[in-house]
Design a binder for this molecule. Structure first.
Ligand code: MN3
Length: 315
């Protein structure tokens, strides 16, 4: 076969492979399966398509098959959608710079190795070392954070089951919020970290806080281990542009943008022992009908798509 013919065929196969990856991202976004909310199903379809068809194409042209890298999921709402609780500039820096750095660094740490589901990295993250603890933790925690928020007035309220559990554990919703805010105040969580509501041993709700990018899924974590269903980022980068030193004001305002529908769903899963995957598939499920049209209207590409595309083709 002439060299130029081979090159043309290779290019053609690569282009087809690229098209399949793009199509698979559309699957992620649920366009072909509207209403396919359960992330597990979307994910397995995605894996089937990217791993199967694209993988076969890549193998056919002799390209090495790479484990897919973690992605920076696009926000499921616009940058300014959480105002006035969280300002647009903070969201831009927080998502596009801080979160991206965690994603980039955990991908570097796992380069050339299998990348398990992000949630599966968490349990052993502290033992595995700083890249896993800080960047693996940071990636998971921020994926989780974007999903558990929604524009004011759209996040619903706790399910009756979750509301009853909160009353039982903390006295009332107001008492719960006061205790959560106290756990996140600088005097209780000095420096950077997170405050969490977890389903702990015996399916009991508990409030805990963790330093840096630790989370309650990690073996050996400070505080109460458990399955997180709500978490507030109290790093200065999460609030400083708007609130400066007034972290308590930020946490108080943050309640307005909690997505209780998501938290309630995670609570149900947690009672069955399942931790939020917080992966890009569930992020994409939350995107359906929300972010995508806005992005297209503004002519901005999906960053998650771009990142995934580059990672998969090693460019
Ligand atoms: Mn953060």
């Amino acid at each position: 076969m002439a060299g130029s013919t081979l090159r043309r065929r290779t290019r053609g196969a690569l282009a087809l492979g690229a098209a399949v990856v793009v199509a698979s991202r559309c699957l992620d976004l649920g366009f072909l399966f509207p209403g396919a909310a359960p992330s597990g199903k979307a994910s397995s379809r995605r894996d089937m398509v990217t791993g199967g068809i694209a993988g076969a194409l890549m193998a056919a042209v002799g390209a090495p098959q790479q484990a897919s890298a973690y992605e920076l999921p696009p926000l499921p709402y616009a940058y300014d959608a959480l105002e006035p609780s969280i300002d647009k500039a903070t969201m831009e820096f927080h998502h596009d710079k801080h979160h991206l750095t965690y994603v980039t660094n955990i991908n570097k740490a796992l380069e050339g190795k299998d990348q398990p589901a992000l949630v599966e990295l968490q349990k052993t993250a502290i033992q595995s070392g700083p890249a896993f603890r800080n960047s693996g933790g940071g990636t998971y925690n921020h994926n989780f954070f974007w999903l558990e928020m929604a524009p004011k007035g759209t996040g619903g309220s706790p399910s009756s089951k979750l509301a009853a559990a909160i009353d039982e554990a903390f006295g009332s919703m107001d008492d719960f919020k006061a205790k959560f805010e106290a756990a996140g105040a600088p005097g209780a969580r000095f420096g950077s970290g997170w405050v969490w509501l977890v389903v702990a041993e015996g399916n009991k709700l508990a409030i805990t806080s963790t330093p840096n990018q630790d989370n309650p899924l990690m073996d050996g974590v400070e505080g109460t281990p458990g399955i997180p269903v709500l978490g507030c980022d109290v790093w200065e980068h999460a609030y400083y542009l708007k609130y400066q030193f007034k972290r308590p004001d930020y946490i108080k305002a943050w309640w307005d943008v909690v997505n209780w529908n998501q938290v309630s769903a995670w609570y149900e899963d947690a009672l069955a022992g399942k931790a939020p995957t917080a992966d890009s598939s569930s992020a994409a499920a939350a995107l359906v009908g929300a972010r995508r049209p806005q992005q297209e209207a503004r002519g901005k590409p999906s960053f998650g798509l771009k990142f995934d595309f580059q990672a998969q083709f090693g460019s």
